[in-house]
Design a protein around this ligand. Structure first.
Ligand code: BG6
Length: 492
């Protein structure tokens, strides 16, 4: 069913809007989820005309449209208002435009607000939306917020308070774009639609879980932001890694409703073990890339990147061990690592099952289930088989299933999926405040240890898989990273 809604985007001239939001809205339009009863108000400081805004929208969807007429028809739903977020007058104009468009498009007063700008403005925007009666309790009113949601628990709590002045928790959709990715979604299916796995998804059968988010790219043009407010732990672990972990570790929800799934996810966040002072120094490691050569190409060090302080202590790599104190996973290590300028790009989970030492005196390797999230998508399961021949020798076999649904365009872009969910009031794939709060509590502990220099910063060569310390971390627990890509190797 096609949605009736007026969407207001704060930050409409920005990169995210052009790269992700307009194309995603267009795909929803093409698939009939948006049709005649919708309009988009774009706001930003720049003094754009409606014509110019339309041309920006048309340009952003040029690869997706079947014809120029189709692109033009879609863009005709877009209106622009030059907006200073601190100026009350502008909200009065915005309300007028909102009401006019509601009439014209018969949108039943439904409103969706998308905050795609720096978080320091969120509070001001929310306050004005309420005080100027744009949020007026008529129709549905939903707010989508981009990350980062704070840089620690204190800033996240303040931000949350500010938003709660105008919206209830149930109306706030905090984006974690990984939750919109096809393979993250299929973890539900893998776990709960296969008794084979569901019955062994616990500490009796699983030895350890390894989560890798590896990037080949460096910090690119985001050096200034990354160096002051980022770092791998805040940028990738507080959100994406812990969200993924919660889907892997949660108990089966009693029904597949958003409420029950949420409840199980929140439980995992609350059960995350708080490390002791000593564990904070031994279970988590940080790294930063030095210069290096990848496949013949030279890369500069992080400290030489534009807008990065030459003596920066910001980590571009983080690894560590989380534990979930639940009956299901008590004492099973969840190892994670994430970094920039690594050997290869790949997001994947390796689940290592417990194994017997040997059979007939022949040593056994453990079974590993791998969930490939990107760039390839799918699963593989390594099993032990017998080598052909008279003797009893074991040979490793891999059952491998990969698709290319995202690359081929068969599966939706994360933003398309997530906006679709918001239109359908489905908050399953968004971060609940309780999750954000619990994750910052844990991350703050690690950040404090690092800020006080109680754990060393390890340097690694650009193009490697991170510092030695990350390998030693697993060795100390009697295991090793399963995914060890080699330079020059395109396949995982
Ligand atoms: C973002 C981080 O959330 O995720 C970036 O801020 C990172 O630093 C990006 O590069 C990775 O996302 P993807 O979808 O390209 O794997």
């Amino acid at each position: 069913m096609s949605a009736k809604v007026i969407v207001t985007i704060f930050g409409a001239s920005g990169d995210l809007a052009q790269r992700k939001l307009y194309p995603s809205l267009f795909r929803l339009y093409k698939s009939g989820n948006l049709s005649e009863h919708f309009a988009v108000i774009g706001t930003a400081r720049r003094p754009w005309s409606k014509e110019y805004f339309e041309s920006v929208v048309v340009e952003s969807i040029s690869d997706l449209a079947d014809s120029h007429e189709q692109a033009q028809e879609f863009a005709s739903h877009f209106y622009y208002q030059s907006h200073d977020v601190a100026d009350t007058e502008h909200y009065i104009k915005l309300k007028k435009l909102q009401e006019e468009l509601n009439e014209r498009y018969q949108a039943e007063h439904n409103k969706l607000f998308f905050l795609s700008m720096a978080p320091q403005f969120f509070g001001t925007i929310a306050k004005h939306l309420k005080s100027e009666n744009i949020v007026d309790g008529k129709g549905f009113e939903r707010l989508i917020v981009e990350k980062p949601f704070g840089t620690d628990l204190a800033t996240a709590s303040q931000l949350n308070e500010e938003l709660l002045a105008a919206f209830d928790e149930e109306q706030i959709f905090r984006i974690d774009h990984y939750l919109g990715k096809e393979m993250i979604q299929s973890i539900f299916a893998l776990r709960f639609a296969n008794l084979l796995f569901e019955n062994i998804w616990n500490k009796d059968y699983i030895d350890n879980v390894q989560i890798t988010f590896a990037e080949k790219l460096g910090v690119e043009e985001r050096g200034g932001y990354y160096d002051t407010s980022g770092g791998a732990l805040r940028d990738m672990v507080q959100n994406h890694t812990l969200q993924l972990l919660s889907l892997l570790a949660m108990d089966k929800p009693s029904t597949f409703s958003k409420e029950d799934i949420r409840q199980e996810k929140i439980k995992v966040f609350q059960q995350l073990r708080k490390p002791s002072q000593k564990e904070l120094q031994t279970l988590f490691i940080r790294g930063q890339y030095k210069s290096g050569t990848v496949n013949g190409k030279k890369y500069i060090s992080y400290r030489s990147e534009p807008n990065v302080t030459p003596e920066s202590m910001t980590e571009t790599f983080a690894a560590g061990t989380f534990f979930v104190d639940s009956p299901r996973f008590q004492d099973v290590p969840f190892f994670f690592r994430t970094g920039k300028r690594l050997t290869d790009k790949g997001t994947l989970v390796n689940i290592t099952f417990k194994q017997m030492e040997s059979i007939f005196g022949v040593p056994l390797t453990p079974n590993v289930l791998t969930i490939f999230i990107q760039p390839t998508e799918g699963f593989s399961l390594s099993i032990n088989g017998k080598e052909v021949g008279e003797k009893f020798q074991l040979a490793g076999n891999t059952l491998d299933y990969r698709t290319n649904a995202t690359a081929s365009g068969a599966s939706p872009d994360p933003y398309e999926k997530l906006i679709y969910d918001v239109l359908h009031n489905d908050s399953t794939n968004f971060s609940h405040w309780e999750e954000v709060r619990a994750s910052w509590e844990l991350i703050d502990q690690i950040e404090d240890t690092w800020a006080n220099n109680q754990a060393p910063l390890h340097f690694y060569q650009a193009g490697s898989m991170g510092p030695e310390a990350s390998f030693e971390l697993l060795q100390q627990q009697g295991t090793s990273w399963i995914w060890q890509p080699q330079a020059n190797n395109d396949e995982q």
